[in-house]
Write a protein that binds this ligand. Structure first.
Ligand SMILES: [Zn+2]
Length: 663
């Protein structure tokens, strides 16, 4: 038996400070999923890793903005994003998170390995300090003008506009966030990773990677020209993994040093889950393993330069084989940005389109070589004129014909009849595999749809409806061919549109015995096999419906009266209130609403004591889906208003009995 090639495929960890959006999908998530699915079809030994990146100042910023604790923020977005990816049919072997114990342990080990070898060095230096906030302003806690491109909202760690990484001290006209005060300069001591020492090793390594994408190579080469700057690996922050060295224990490990180690911890997490906790080593410690990082271009520096040099310094682990970074996907002109709240979240898009349609339309617009444009209309056009008119149409006409003329069975092949079209499909298979192997998924999608396009032409040219009248046997052979192509299409399309692929198999009433890449273009279903029920694969999306949906996206804040009527609000009386251990903000309330009592978890602990709440009559949203906060069920929500940063509960004018409806 041929030894399988081991692969670790990763998609960039998603920052748990907001809802994941189509920019992430196009940048790193979908390409990783397409590639992992393709490798599995080829029978390779692949693990596909992703997860939430949960430390760093962006989490703290989000917590301040949303009036939650960092723990609450990461729980909220980790759970939501994990579900969004699963709804979009992403096939991660694990979606882990960097706040779990296995990651903390792995990150500490990694850090100590470098520290104990004497690789890290300490440096006392000036840093920006906010007197108002009483802390050093690491990374995103400071904003100012980029010294390189002049962009006025550059962050302390990186300029989003030109992509260069920055030191907060370089910012022109720096301001503390969120307070806006001008920081002072103060001394602090941090540990540094000597990136500059790895310049020669990195350069030699990159030279062996002439098969990398040009945009990535250009970026790396540009960086070597301007020189590699040593990186501080500790931060004066509270939210993070404490530095495992006594002298620095009040600092945390810099998030960009520990986050990529998350790929290793997630692999450990996966095999703990599988009950074989040591097996992660057979991937990470085998130099033959191919480690492939999918990411957006803003992450190239970390995956192609910093993390590899850390891996070189550590010495035990495999280095990346490839870093196929994508450019940005622009929707209707503007760049997706989670921090600015621009763009489409996956959750919102899934309300409008089926997962397969989203996957297909995004795959057709992947920004592989340059930024690409995307608009809402692309979903509709791709669904109607490709998925429905070409693929759906082909599957439908073949199955309808087989049902009406061959009793819904696979007709016999004529043995000496050649199968020219299946040979064509095999040629496509080679071409598409080559595109996948070179990370050209956009072109792979076009070629896959071309199989269906050519199959339609084959069906037309053969004119089976005519031949049926003169030579039923020959017609049967043609339809057998056409059904084999349906099976091949199901395999070839499965990385892109897995749900439709399964549906085709179901319509063929076929199993997955031959569901392998190599079987594309083969005879996979037997003559006499009974077919299943036909259904429409991709219903057309009507334009009228589309325009109202479009409106509902752009006017997301407006609802009509019927939406409002869906919300059931009632008067409730608080009969009990208690603090939740470990939470500064949350209280657990028991609220009597007529003859039932509900448990509601509410973020009002900073503004009310439990005692002063008992007996209060409040307005409760009664038909809210139950949720869990800090492990406690919450079955509703109470209404409150924010005044000067303080929450005030909405109370009742006059004596109204609990249970009364609010309109
Ligand atoms: Zn800049």
């Amino acid at each position: 038996m041929v030894k399988k090639q081991k692969y670790i495929v990763t998609s960039a960890l998603t920052y748990a400070n907001g809802y994941t959006h189509l920019g992430h999908i196009a940048g790193s998530i979908l390409p990783g999923d397409l590639y992992a699915r393709y490798l599995r079809l080829k029978g390779e030994d692949v693990i596909y890793i992703c997860g939430s990146d949960e430390y760093g100042t962006a989490i703290e910023m989000a917590a301040i903005k949303e009036n939650l604790t960092p723990e609450e923020i990461i729980d909220k977005y980790h759970n939501s994003n994990k579900k969004a990816y699963s709804d979009l049919l992403m096939s991660f072997d694990i979606y882990s998170r960097t706040s779990n114990d296995i990651h903390k342990e792995t990150a500490r080990e990694f850090f100590l390995n470098l520290y104990n070898k004497g690789i890290l060095y300490s440096k006392t230096e000036n840093q920006l300090f906010s007197i108002k906030l009483d802390k050093f302003l690491a990374d995103r806690f400071v904003e100012g003008t980029c010294p390189i491109c002049g962009y006025e909202e550059a962050r302390g760690d990186q300029c989003e506009n030109c992509g260069n990484s920055l030191n907060p001290l370089e910012l022109i006209n720096p301001k503390a966030k969120p307070t806006g005060d001008t920081p002072i300069v103060k001394e602090t001591t941090n540990l540094y990773f000597p990136l500059s020492k790895y310049k020669n090793d990195l350069q030699k390594w990159i030279e062996s990677k002439n098969y990398w994408k040009q945009n990535v190579l250009n970026y790396c080469k540009g960086l070597y020209k301007t020189g590699l700057v040593d990186r501080s690996v500790t931060r004066d922050l509270k939210w993070g993994i404490p530095v495992p060295v006594e002298q620095y224990k009040d600092k945390v490990i810099y998030v960009w040093i520990e986050a990529p180690v998350g790929y290793i911890s997630a692999t450990k997490d996966l095999f703990i889950e599988k009950g074989t906790p040591d097996k992660w080593e057979s991937y990470w410690k085998d130099k033959e393993t191919k480690l492939i990082h999918f990411l957006g271009k803003d992450n190239i520096i970390f995956h192609a330069v910093i993390f590899p040099s850390m891996l070189m310094a550590h010495g035990d682990y495999v280095l990346p084989d490839n870093v196929p970074a994508n450019e940005f996907l622009n929707i209707n002109g503007g760049k997706f940005s989670k921090s600015k709240g621009i763009g489409w979240t996956v959750n919102d898009t899934l309300k409008l389109f089926k997962p397969d349609v989203i996957r297909y339309a995004i795959a057709a617009s992947l920004p592989e070589n340059k930024d690409s444009e995307f608009s809402f209309d692309d979903f509709v056009t791709k669904n109607n004129s490709e998925l429905s008119d070409i693929l759906g149409n082909y599957i439908n006409r073949v199955l309808v014909f087989a049902k009406s003329k061959f009793d819904n069975e696979v007709p016999k092949r004529i043995d000496d009849e050649n199968n020219l079209f299946l040979e064509t499909v095999k040629l496509y298979k080679e071409r598409i595999a080559n595109l996948f192997d070179n990370y050209k998924f956009r072109e792979a999608l076009i070629q896959t749809m071309n199989i269906a396009r050519d199959a339609n032409k084959y069906f037309n040219d053969c004119e089976p409806w005519k031949i049926y009248k003169t030579d039923k046997e020959k017609c049967g052979h043609i339809i057998n061919d056409c059904l084999q192509i349906c099976y091949s299409l199901s395999i070839a399309f499965s990385p892109f549109i897995p749900e439709a692929s399964d549906k085709i198999l179901k319509m063929l009433n076929a199993n997955k015995e031959n569901f392998k890449w190599d079987r594309i273009g083969d005879i996979n279903i037997k003559s006499g096999h009974k077919l299943g029920e036909n259904e429409i694969l991709f219903p057309k999306i009507e334009i009228e419906q589309e325009s109202t949906e479009k409106e509902s996206v752009s006017n997301f804040n407006l609802i009509d009266i019927n939406d409002f009527k869906k919300i059931e609000m009632r008067i409730g009386e608080i009969v009990n209130a208690e603090k939740i251990e470990k939470s500064k903000k949350l209280l657990k309330l028991k609220v009597k609403i007529s003859d039932k009592t509900k448990q509601i978890v509410s973020g009002i602990s900073e503004y009310y004591t439990p005692e002063e709440l008992i007996g209060k009559k409040i307005v409760v949203v009664d038909n809210l889906k139950p949720s869990r906060l800090m492990g406690i069920d919450s079955e509703g929500m109470l209404l409150a208003a924010k005044i000067n940063g303080e929450l005030k509960i909405i109370t009742i004018d006059g004596d109204i009995k609990d249970g009364a409806e609010v309109n």
